[in-house]
Design a binder for this molecule. Structure first.
Ligand SMILES: *Cc1c(COP(=O)(O)O)cnc(C)c1O
Length: 447
């Protein structure tokens, strides 16, 4: 063992100071950047206040009113309000707001409705699937954590959607091979168009398959009434992340009908969590209230902005995915960047210009030998820039700023100056009850 000498001894106070410097620098940077990560959003100051509350230091295992711990009087009240708001927002009988993330919400559904060894249907990752519905060989949650076999929905690359007829054939073929499909997980991470729930739900149910919709990305668009309504179209459960197109702190939720409530409740606790991050339940409650009030106008603008951004990028000469289909009906835009560079390199160059996006595997990448570090695509989302008050004209500006990096290969430092200038007019959160505090203001609790 190495002896601690004066030279290599850690100095806790200087490291402590460094942590706060980094936290400040991060928020300064985000005040001056264009945030286009499709899975991110910016919560209101009200949501941030709720998540700083003492709820975050308490334990409340179990269901509100039936807790394992004392001290939950107000926690129970807020959690009951949170569930009530979630049921209203999604027009559904049952909401469990305890899962601490979208992945945990999916794991809750796996635990409630499948057994290890069962087969599920989900999207393959290059077709837009998420690692939480992935196979064990890719360390996906479904395979690795719950021992599920994962078969893929047949995918129609021309229409960027699940192929209804071929999926039916596939289910019948799997059955004839003795593979029991128990659960179908609709939804995805690269997700432009509504999935064919109505077309497939009755068939799947008649085959004994439980129909779930993973709305991690699009839950806000659904709540705002601007995307498909999976629970009305035949889905038996829906999982969500509360922070992508919704306004919440990071977290998950499971929605379903009363007849499935008991199974979901025990899968959420004690099945997949003990304590469930009560400050985030408070934050979710505030965010759901904000969304009930402002979500319709917000989600309409998010989609309109995504379409405007798709057109702007296309006008700049970029290969926007699904261009022939109008680019998107969600908050997302995808770009095939293979004619300029790879997605990994461009992600970094855009970051150097304060434009924050993520690289993305797109259909065809695996066959072409590209992998997730240097894939052929970029994915963009308009949730956060819309929350900051940007509209179609600003999407045009963003398209031109991005093209200066990707197409014209300008120096990122030069583009960054213009990004900072453009961004300076958008410092507050819109679509909220209280909009005075700066969106990325650093909150000082220390004196
Ligand atoms: C983001 C995402 C999740 C996981 O959500 P977390 O809240 O990050 O755990 C699950 N499913 C899909 C399709 C996603 O895109």
């Amino acid at each position: 063992m190495m002896e601690a000498t004066d030279e290599n001894k850690l100095d806790p106070k200087s490291m402590y100071d460094l942590i706060f410097k980094d936290l400040h620098d991060h928020q300064d940077w985000f005040c001056n950047s264009i945030p286009l990560i499709a899975s991110e959003n910016v919560p209101s100051p009200a949501v941030r206040e709720a998540t700083l509350s003492d709820f975050g230091n308490r334990y409340a295992e179990g269901w509100a009113g039936e807790r394992v711990y004392a001290g939950c009087v107000y926690i129970d009240k807020v959690e009951l309000l949170c569930m009530q708001l979630a049921r209203e927002l999604f027009n559904v009988e049952f909401a469990d707001v305890r899962p601490v993330s979208g992945v945990c919400a999916n794991l809750t559904v796996y635990s409630a409705f499948t057994d290890p060894g069962d087969t599920i249907l989900a999207l393959a990752i290059p077709n837009g699937g998420h690692i939480s519905t992935g196979r064990k060989e890719f360390n996906g949650t479904a395979g690795l954590v719950h021992g599920l076999e994962v078969e893929y929905f047949a995918f129609d690359k021309d229409n960027w959607n699940i192929d209804v007829d071929k999926t039916k054939e596939k289910v019948k073929k799997l059955k004839s091979e003795g593979k029991k499909v128990k659960l179908a997980m609709f939804g995805g991470s690269l997700f432009f168009f509504p999935h064919p729930i109505r077309e497939l739900a009755d068939f799947l149910k008649s085959e004994g398959i439980f129909v779930c919709y993973d709305s991690a990305h699009v839950s806000g668009l659904i709540a705002g009434g601007q995307f498909q309504q999976p629970l009305a179209e035949g889905a038996e459960a829906m999982t969500l992340s509360t922070h992508k197109t919704l306004f919440g702190p990071q977290g998950g939720t499971v929605l379903s009908w009363s007849k499935y409530a008991d199974k979901i409740k025990v899968a959420a606790f004690p099945g997949t969590a003990s304590n469930h991050h009560l400050h985030h339940v408070a934050g979710k409650a505030v965010a759901f209230a904000e969304f009930l009030q402002f979500g319709q106008a917000y989600s309409k603008q998010v989609i309109s902005n995504a379409q405007a951004l798709g057109k702007a990028l296309s006008d700049e000469g970029l290969d926007v995915l699904a261009a022939n289909l109008g680019y998107t009906k969600s908050h997302q835009i995808g770009i095939d960047v293979t004619k300029y560079n790879d997605g990994g390199t461009l992600e970094k160059e855009l970051e150097n210009a304060n434009i924050i996006v993520n690289r993305q595997l797109i259909p065809g990448d695996i066959k072409a030998g590209r992998h997730y570090m240097h894939p052929g695509g970029l994915r963009l989302g308009t949730s956060e820039v819309t929350r900051l008050g940007m509209k179609e004209d600003e999407m045009k500006e963003i398209g031109s700023l991005m093209a200066r990096i990707i197409v014209k290969k300008e120096d990122p430092a030069k583009v960054r100056e213009d990004v900072e200038h453009m961004r300076s007019s958008y410092q507050k959160v819109h679509y909220a009850f209280e909009t005075n505090t700066l969106a990325y203001k650093y909150v000082n609790v220390r004196t």
